[in-house]
Design a protein around this ligand. Sequence first.
Ligand code: F6P
Length: 341
Amino acid sequence: MRIGILTSGGDAPGLNAVIRGAVLRGSVVDGHEFVGFRDGWRGLVEGDAMPLARTQVRGIARDGGTILGSSRVSPYREGAGPEVVRAVLAAHGVDAVIAVGGEGTLAAARRLVDEGIPIVGVPKTIDNDLDGTDVTFGFDTAVQIATDAMDRLRTTGDSHGRCMVAEVMGRHVGWIALHSGIAAGAHAILVPERRTTIEQIAAWVTSARERGRAPLVVVAEGFLLDQADDPHSERGLDAFGRPRLGGIGERIAPRIEAATGIETRAATLGHVQRGGVPTAFDRVLATRLGQAASDMVGRAEWGRMASLRGTEITSVPFAAALDALKTVPEHRYDEAAALFG
Ligand code: F6P
């Protein structure tokens, strides 16, 4: 078979390991051929493809980013759609596609599968908010980067007796904040799933100070203060019609300072969390998912994605990932909150 691979949406450390895993497994073991479509669905609808053989994937599992490039282009954008995709696949002699991406990518893939286009998926997001898999690759790396950053913020906070606020990614969910906050010993973890007042945050910060600690707060970018507390929390849409992100750390820092009297500084980690080399965990997970996706093509498992369940890789329908976001459950948050005060 001739298999096309694309990586779509925001990048995540481990994308190259997926590509390498699929190509090595599929070409060396099963005799498939591979091509890569550049910049996600854009490459597929415009017929922008590159060869993907053993030589192209040599040594790439340890590299961040994606050798194929990525974009947030939809295959349903104006002038595209299933007929265009079908024609491009036929022109390149491609029998099936492995689409590596998050919610938007998998939702588009599901529509295309419904139109008869053979696609399998690999779930991807550093935010870890895709259901249907225990964890997504890239998450572990992002948590490690955020933890390292907070370890650094702690020492400068200590030197100056300041409260330090770290803003991490997570537009809908607080998984990165939760895990990095636990790992770094944060005194408050603020996630979109849980409304928390300035009074509560100030109480945690003050209590840390009373115990002789330099308070450390981690906030997910999608966290919303109560309306009354934060008139800017209605953030509106950006120029592309997407919810406006970021800035909560900078907005919350003066509020904490005013409520506690403790000098407070904020640092927004941003895309640093998506860059650089993947952790060993993410390289292994991504490699296994890539291998599984190649096997799934061999078994014609269209409309399904590779998934980690416990320690095993299995496959689940796209619907398993798309029906609901995987949010931080209450008991996981409460478990972490028990460490704050
Ligand atoms: O969905 C992954 C994510 O990294 C979010 O945490 C973040 O809000 C968003 O992507 C940023 O997207 P972009 O790279 O398009 O600015």
